[in-house]
Design a protein around this ligand. Structure first.
Ligand code: KG4
Ligand code: ZN
Length: 347
């Protein structure tokens, strides 16, 4: 079975082809067109994103098919992100997918973008399969999930305010770094002294017990305020250029330690030896290292942490095609009335 995947939920227009050979599903091609235009606005402008998807979707799909040496007639089904995301952006991908599927007389299936992120890593490493605990950290979402099997998702905790990526992006802005700021913070933090700015670890303290409402939840708005005060003080002292890497390091350490502690807490509690990371913030090497070090310290060498490479961690159609393949193989299909939704809970 060959599945064409299409992703247009935010500011990446992406198409990919996956194919199955018995039990294994392989990635045959992946094209990602990032809309750099939003950088000048410091955030994604929805109407600009929709129009850019409209201009790019056909050539991006054509290129993904060509790179996979897949003729249109060889496409057996189409998977498309239909939420959550920017509705205008999603509608472009959904309309295109439905029209193409109708012309080719093949099934189309709507994919939850968040479920897609969970499927990214297994494209690179077959061992990244359930049961596992998943930490999904992107610009729009921060969720801790238990995944006993593909298709079964239980939400353990989530952010109460900003998503982890959003916290990175806002902190970058405060520090005068470009958008999106995650990788710029990570780079700056490498030269930072961890002892210069030590921010409180949000929603993390030893007295927490399983069942407490804050046991798995996280919150980053207080951390953002603490960073704001540190930046203002540094600006007043005229030391912002010198302090920038130290503040970036203090921020990243606080966020990473909180996420790693809560993720490993879940793995230990639920006796899951595998942890899968997903979403753009999973590109952060300090986060992956912290989760791995803690998990191995708690569960020993039988435990494993999986994180996708950069192209599969950030928004892409390969993960959408892979998730679509799973549902199609179970005989699921979407109706021709398939719609797009800004919010679409996974669990
Ligand atoms: O998953 P993604 O591409 O898009 C959403 O679905 O939101 O995630 C984008 C987010 C941005 O907030 C970006 O700053 C963050 O991922 N990010 C990083 C890193 N690379 C990207 N955050 C921390 N460290 C990184 N290296
Ligand atoms: Zn995403």
């Amino acid at each position: 079975m060959r599945v064409l995947g299409i992703e247009s939920s935010c500011d990446e227009t992406s198409a990919a082809v996956v194919s199955s050979h018995g039990e294994t599903v392989t990635l045959d091609s992946l094209v990602i067109l990032s809309q750099d235009v939003h950088a000048i606005f410091g955030g994604v402008v929805p109407e600009i994103a929709s129009r850019a998807h409209l201009a790019a979707v056909a050539p991006v799909v054509r290129r993904a098919l060509a790179e996979a040496s897949c003729a249109l007639d060889d496409v057996d089904a189409i998977g498309v992100t239909n939420g959550p995301g920017l509705v205008g952006a999603l509608l472009v991908g959904v309309s295109f997918a439905k029209a193409l599927a109708s012309a080719l007389e093949v099934p189309v299936i709507g994919v939850n973008h968040l479920e897609g992120h969970l499927f990214a890593t297994v494209l690179e490493d077959a061992a990244a399969a359930p049961p596992f605990v998943a930490l999904l950290v992107s610009g729009g979402h921060t969720m801790l999930l238990d995944v006993p099997a593909w298709g079964e998702y239980r939400l353990l905790g989530a952010t109460r305010d900003d998503a982890a990526g959003e916290a990175f992006d806002k902190t970058a802005k405060l520090l005068g770094l470009p958008y999106p700021g995650g990788r710029h913070i990570e780079k700056a933090a490498k030269a930072g002294d961890p002892a210069r700015f030590r921010f409180t670890r949000p929603m993390l303290h030893g007295g927490q017990r399983a069942g407490d409402p804050d046991y798995y939840d996280v919150s980053f708005s207080g951390l953002k305020t603490a960073v704001l005060h540190a930046v203002r003080d540094a600006e007043r002292r005229g030391s912002i250029d010198e302090d920038r890497p130290h503040i970036a390091r203090g921020f990243q350490d606080a966020l990473v330690e909180t996420l790693a502690a809560k993720t490993v807490r879940a793995a230990v509690e639920l006796r899951r030896a595998r942890v899968v990371l997903g979403g753009g913030v999973a590109c952060n090497a300090a986060l992956v290292r912290a989760v791995r070090d803690r998990l191995l310290a708690e569960l020993g060498s039988g435990a494993a942490v999986f994180a996708p490479g950069v192209r599969l961690a950030t928004d892409n159609a390969a993960m959408i095609a892979r998730a679509a393949h799973f549902h199609l193989a179970r005989g699921e299909r979407s109706e021709s009335s398939l719609n797009a939704f800004s919010s679409m809970p996974l669990a």
